[in-house]
Ligand binder design. Structure first.
Ligand SMILES: Cc1cc2nc3c(=O)[nH]c(=O)nc-3n(C[C@H](O)[C@H](O)[C@H](O)COP(=O)(O)OP(=O)(O)OC[C@H]3O[C@@H](n4cnc5c(N)ncnc54)[C@H](O)[C@@H]3O)c2cc1C
Length: 455
């Protein structure tokens, strides 16, 4: 079977590449190969009742399938070059922002029109933060919410399904250079194409490593972010989240000079498990629909760990820490901030006595047995710093779930067209190591499509 273009991965990167190709050249023969299920078949078995924690499905419906890792995400599309990836370093700041706005237009057209675009521009919180040694980053953020995000994906799929050939539950095993293009090798068949776009996301990081090794495409890897997910009553952060929805706040620790940052804030949201290659970590999301909201807000506090030579396996380091929490807690561990500060584990009894109801059924335990001291010290310092702009953050009952690990795919060497050292072989989205967010991954898909089309 021969295609003009094969896209590997149906996350935001792959979807937006397919969308843009079809907008301008519907005559192109495009196929999308996706290891996970079609959108309507994606269901995480955890129901909090019969299935309480991750059972390690063959294909994780949270991370894989049409919509990629973003399908059940909070659908926060941050329009900024300040975080979410370094796409602007390849394509320029202006173009990166233009493409993120373009993606936002499409999302609003396909179901997100009633959602709100928040902005940090001109906010009084910037001053409040700086007065307390905290730094609020600039961004606009469209919050689709988990429910509307799903609707947008449904609508985009309905638009694409008769134009593009989708192969679901079809992992690509490898990609090989052919005489006139590429061979995309699956379990039961080999498909060929003139051009190939690899958009395999975070879950495809190991796969991407193998492909790069086989094709001798240079890569580099030196970063992992490690931390916890904080959950507290929504009222503690309401003054910030009502106005900004998501605030990205950075703090430099006094003790080590490390940067700790808030990440993925979910007002009135829920904490969830995340399964990356069998390792259970924590994440969060929230719904736009008030009926599905909770009384808690959650966000991550992450410390970036950069390694220098000779150590290269930054993700391996993050995985080892996550495995330790999985070993002790059978999955994610939860601890009250008060217990952590007093040097004792949280127990089921202490959790029951708390004035907050956790939204994730995690194992009460002791995060100080899991997280390296330097990282834990940074998180504690940041919690006290945040307490100054959001009093109540450092309350005893504030919950810390661990661990949250933000794995960064190794960065694949590509040019300004996101093309690898092989002509017509592109690497986009989180799988390229260049993007780490919905908006940057989507924008990278549009960018590559336009380069292929020469527009
Ligand atoms: C719970 C959760 C919440 C999040 N919330 C937000 C948020 O609010 N805002 C934000 O900006 N970001 C968020 N993120 C991150 C965001 O989802 C990702 O940055 C984004 O999805 C990256 O898009 P992508 O297309 O590069 O990769 P992905 O979305 O990861 O998609 C890659 C796809 O490729 C498929 N694939 C992998 N390997 C193969 C293979 N060999 N063959 C075939 N298919 C393959 C995978 O199954 C997957 O479906 C969240 C992530 C999670 C898990």
């Amino acid at each position: 079977m021969k295609y003009d273009i094969i896209i590997i991965g149906a996350g935001p990167g792959g979807i937006f590449a397919a969308y843009e190709l079809m907008q301008h050249s519907p005559e192109l023969k495009v196929a999308v190969f996706e290891a996970g299920h079609a959108l309507d078949k994606r269901h995480c078995p955890i129901d909090g009742d019969k299935v309480k924690s991750c059972i390690g499905c063959k294909s994780c419906s949270i991370m894989s399938g049409f919509g990629g890792a973003g399908a059940f995400s909070d659908g926060k599309y941050n329009i900024t070059n300040d975080f979410g990836g370094t796409l602007h370093e390849y394509i320029g700041k202006k173009r990166a922002l233009e493409l993120m706005h373009y993606v936002d237009e499409i999302n609003t057209r396909y179901g997100g029109s009633g959602t709100k675009l928040y902005s940090t521009a001109g906010t009084r919180f910037k001053t409040l933060c700086i007065q307390n040694d905290l730094h609020l980053l600039d961004a606009s953020v469209r919050h689709l919410g988990t429910d509307i995000n799903y609707v947008v994906l449904e609508n985009i799929y309905a638009h694409l399904k008769d134009k593009v050939t989708f192969f679901f539950d079809t992992p690509v095993l490898s990609v090989a250079k052919a005489e006139d293009g590429y061979n995309v090798i699956c379990k039961d068949a080999v498909y060929s194409c003139d051009k190939c776009i690899m958009s395999v996301g975070r879950i495809g990081s190991k796969w991407m490593e193998t492909v790069c090794r086989e094709l001798e495409i240079p890569t580099k890897s030196n970063r992992v972010d490690i931390g916890v997910r904080v959950e507290l009553p929504a009222s503690v952060f309401a003054h910030l989240t009502d106005e900004l929805y998501e605030s990205k706040i950075v703090y430099r620790t006094e003790k080590y000079g490390d940067k700790v940052r808030t990440f993925c804030m979910n007002p009135k949201g829920a904490v969830v498990n995340e399964n990356t290659n069998g390792i259970i970590t924590v994440n969060g999301h929230s719904y736009e629909d008030p009926a599905r909201q909770t009384e808690n807000t959650n966000f991550a506090l992450l410390v970036a760990k950069h390694f220098s030579e000779p150590f290269k396996d930054s993700n391996g380091y993050g995985e080892s820490i996550a495995r330790l929490s999985n070993m002790l807690g059978g999955g994610v561990i939860v601890q009250r901030f008060g217990d952590l500060i007093r040097g004792r584990r949280s127990t089921p009894k202490r959790m029951e006595e708390a004035f907050i109801t956790p939204t994730l059924n995690a194992t009460p335990g002791d995060l100080s047995l899991v997280l390296p001291k330097r990282i834990l010290d940074g998180i504690i310092e940041m919690i006290y710093a945040l307490d100054k702009v959001a009093p109540g953050t450092a309350n005893d009952d504030t919950l810390l779930y661990g661990v949250e690990v933000k794995f960064y795919n190794m960065e694949v060497e590509v040019n300004e067209s996101l093309e690898s050292r092989y002509k017509d072989l592109y690497v986009i989205g989180d799988g390229s190591g260049i993007t780490h967010s919905l908006s940057h991954a989507s924008a990278s898909g549009v960018h590559v499509a336009r380069n292929i089309l020469g527009i």
